[in-house]
Design a binder for this molecule. Structure first.
Ligand code: PFF
Length: 441
């Protein structure tokens, strides 16, 4: 069967950016940045995203196109079965993350509804209790998790052009428009402009070696690297696409979204004196508090969670596509059968993650519950291991083939040499340190 193709370069760029811009950009990036010297961390994040991050993004897209297959097939075709395992690890990482990402996606759906209808409150304890009541409820989060997974399956079942690309073309512009509306509204809160300054002005004294590792890890996370996504999406590209330019556009749009995410969350929280470094679970506490101060707070709050939902959906679609492409190529399933098989099994894995948040305390091993184990295994182990081997693979095993993909790039130009050092030497070292650090965490 002939391989599916994107309808246009723009469609591909929007789909890849949709994968990248997810909960990472809007929820993780702002609080990590607020914690770590603000503008200085942002600068570091931007530099790492546009060097190591961009280089690996380009590599991953090229591996997919050169191998003309999903993650496992492409790595195997280019480097043999052993390297295929690196691609397979990406597929496993996507599957693992999708299972619990969908639970969080479900919370965003629940909060669209709750924010629209509930009476707003500023009391952090009430908000915290409201969030805990949802996350720990035995069946309510499962209902929303099911809805979110259904939407993800609905996006992938329509195929590359008719499903993923069509959805990205509608949702990504919506995402940017909603972000702009909320940023403008947030900046109207008295004192918010001072929050912008606090976000952007660099404080280099706040940076440590750990910040460099955190910035690189965050950059990998937001760019959706080592998940098999970019090889899979790249495999649907025609030869005529300039991958370097496409990757640069995706990286810049992702960076822009992170800055917009920061401008959205941090200034109003700063103005209202709410702790911005409040931590991951607290998007569902901090932001409702911010909206409680605004006229039309229910409306703007619901828009915020709709935005989070869209961001999460275009990312989860990309993760499901990796698994579906794998099942289609290696288990001989039709797209429809692959979507149902993957969607249902990952839904059930997510059910365990969700129940482990409180409804079933038995789902706890050592100091982590099922949700935290899935997250730890995927983000601290699978992603860095996959990234490390991808960098070594690209820099040392298939370097020549990649240059052909890059429209016959000159082997001896300074840029090419720098690129090879970046990909084959600096990236593996940096990722190796991240892996070592993550294993201790
Ligand atoms: N890049 C997306 C995000 O930032 O939310 C998708 C994603 C990547 C999710 C990596 C989780 C992950 F570990």
């Amino acid at each position: 069967m002939e391989r599916a193709r994107w309808g246009s370069n723009l469609g591909f760029i929007l789909a890849a950016t949709g994968s990248a811009v997810g909960l990472g950009a809007i929820w993780k990036f702002p609080y990590v940045t607020a914690h770590q010297g603000s503008g200085a961390f942002l600068l570091l994040f931007a530099v790492l995203t546009l060097t190591i991050g961009l280089a690996l993004l380009r590599v991953e897209m090229s591996i997919g196109r050169a191998g003309n297959a999903g993650a496992f097939g492409a790595y195997r075709r280019l480097g043999g079965t052993a390297w295929g395992l690196v691609g397979l690890l990406g597929v496993l990482a996507s599957a693992t993350i999708l299972s619990y990402y969908s639970v969080v996606g479900g919370w965003t759906v629940a909060y669209i509804w709750k924010t629209l209808t509930a009476e707003l409150t500023r009391d952090p304890d009430t908000l915290q209790a409201g969030f805990a009541a949802l996350a720990q409820h035995p069946w309510e989060p499962l209902f929303y998790h099911a809805l979110f997974m259904l939407a993800t399956v609905g996006g992938v079942i329509g195929g590359v052009r008719g499903g993923i690309e069509a959805i990205a073309k509608v949702l990504m512009p919506c995402l940017f428009i909603l972000m702009c509306i909320l940023i403008v509204r947030g900046l109207m809160v008295p004192g918010a402009l001072a929050g912008v300054t606090a976000f952007l002005i660099p404080d280099f004294a706040g940076l440590t070696m750990q910040s460099v590792l955190d910035a690189l890890g965050l950059s990998f996370f937001t760019l959706s690297l080592a998940l098999g996504i970019m090889p899979t999406y790249g495999s649907y590209l025609p030869q005529s696409t300039n991958i370097g330019r496409a990757a640069l556009t995706v990286a810049l749009l992702t960076l822009l979204s992170c800055v917009l995410g920061g401008l959205l969350v941090l200034p109003p929280a700063y103005a209202l004196g709410i702790d911005q470094g409040a931590g991951p679970g607290l998007t569902f506490v901090t932001m409702p508090m911010v909206f409680s101060y605004m006229p039309w707070g229910n409306f703007f709050g619901a828009i915020f969670f709709a935005l989070l939902f869209i961001a999460a959906l275009t990312s989860s679609i990309s993760m499901l596509e990796v698994v579906v492409a794998f099942l289609m190529e290696h288990a001989g399933l039709s797209r429809r059968a692959a979507c149902v098989t993957a969607g249902v099994s990952l839904f059930f894995l997510g059910v365990l993650a969700s129940l482990s948040m409180g409804a079933m305390p038995a789902l706890q091993w050592g100091d982590r519950n099922a949700f935290e184990w899935l997250d730890y295994t995927a983000t601290n182990i699978m992603l860095p291991v996959g990234g490390l081997f991808t960098a070594l693979f690209a820099g040392w095993i298939i370097w020549r083939k990649l240059q052909d993909e890059w429209h016959g790039e000159q082997t001896r130009s300074l840029i090419t040499i720098w690129r090879r050092v970046l990909i084959g030497v600096l990236s593996p070292i940096a990722i190796g340190i991240i892996l070592w650090n993550g294993l201790r965490g």
